[in-house]
Design a binder for this molecule. Structure first.
Ligand SMILES: [Fe+2]
Length: 175
């Protein structure tokens, strides 16, 4: 088994984001890469930061994300398709819809190493590492995520608010 080459992977994802079917072709690349999560864990560099932007332009954002087990990332949307591959730990994604003045839990999926999850543009999810250890993955968004004016949602009322650092800190659950 050859080593996982992160730069080459980022380049292929970048090319796929410019293809006729970006969601399908990016998904294919992530599916292929995450067939062997141990290889990713072995060959990816150690990132000091939990969130690292590996690449971003107007077509695609590629992140390495690590979630610590004491953090529950509050409900949010992306307003662009997201494809998430997990290679370490267990990541629980909870999915919601706003119904009237309530945020209603509609389902959940626990990702294990090797699992890939696609979330549509309108999807609202919260994220938590479960099992007492951090979880690590690569997240690809089919747009420039840092410039999208996306939303956080109140845990109870479902009220949408701008995805700002201040609102994130207010809404995140710790412990
Ligand atoms: Fe997300």
């Amino acid at each position: 088994m050859t080593a996982f080459d992160l730069d080459a992977f980022v380049d292929r994802v970048k090319q796929a984001s410019r293809s006729d079917s970006p969601a399908r072709n990016v998904r294919k690349l992530i599916d292929e890469a995450f067939v062997d999560p141990d290889r990713l864990e072995r060959d990816l560099p150690h990132f000091d930061e939990d969130d690292v932007i590996l690449f971003e332009d107007d077509k695609v954002s590629i992140w390495h994300c690590r979630f610590q087990p004491d953090l529950h990332v509050p409900p949010h949307d992306h307003q662009t398709p997201a494809i998430i591959g997990l290679y370490a730990g267990t990541e629980r994604n909870s999915f919601y819809e706003v119904e009237g003045e309530k945020l209603v839990l509609k389902g959940a999926k626990e990702l294990k190493p090797g699992d890939v999850l696609a979330i549509g543009s309108e999807g609202i999810h919260s994220v938590k590492a479960v099992g007492g250890t951090p979880c690590c993955g690569i997240h690809v968004y089919l747009s420039a995520l840092t410039v999208i004016e996306r939303s956080l949602f109140d845990w109870e009322s479902g009220e949408a608010m701008p995805f700002s650092d201040a609102n994130y800190d207010k809404m995140k659950r710790v412990g």
